[in-house]
Design a protein around this ligand. Structure first.
Ligand SMILES: [Zn+2]
Ligand SMILES: [Zn+2]
Length: 156
């Protein structure tokens, strides 16, 4: 996976330096993990995954590294009203489906047609719209297996 590291490291280095930050091995380890996962991890989950590769790294360093990546546009932070924050290394347009039971977040590729956004914009009055975020909420297949289509029902 050396080639993978090289290309993600050079992307990271360029973005960090453009924003006045230094390239560090800790930031690189956090970015490598985030760029290759689709679980939208919390800072704790990132910490658990990178600490075996980066001895001595702390949760505080992981948290600061994640926020640095967000500041450089290499990641986004998904904040929820319960105070939980998850991080997403995928920055191309996509939406999210969040499970109300376990909190897992999965990706839905693509984006809404422009006319939907224009329609919302037209109804937003004097609010100046610069973007939008769409999140579907419900239950993942692990939390609501009985809702899966086609599950045979047996009568007792
Ligand atoms: Zn779930
Ligand atoms: Zn995502």
């Amino acid at each position: 996976m050396a080639a993978n590291h090289d290309s993600s490291d050079s992307t990271l280095r360029a973005a960090l330096e453009a924003n006045g930050h230094r390239f560090t091995e800790q930031r690189a380890a956090v970015y490598r993990f985030l760029a290759h996962t689709n679980i939208h991890p919390t800072a704790d989950e990132v910490f658990l995954n990178v600490r075996s590769n980066v001895p001595g790294i702390s949760l505080a360093t992981v948290y600061k590294s994640l926020e640095t990546l967000v500041g450089c546009g290499l990641a986004t932070r998904l904040s929820y009203s319960d105070g939980c924050a998850r991080y997403d290394g995928r920055t191309d347009p996509h939406h999210h489906a969040r499970c109300l039971a376990c909190g897992s977040v999965s990706d839905i590729p693509g984006h809404l047609p422009d006319r939907y956004l224009q329609d919302l914009h037209a109804r937003s009055g004097s609010f100046r719209v610069i973007g939008y975020r769409l999140e579907l909420t419900g239950y993942c297949v692990a939390c609501a297996p009985g809702l899966d289509v086609g599950v045979p029902r047996t009568s007792a």
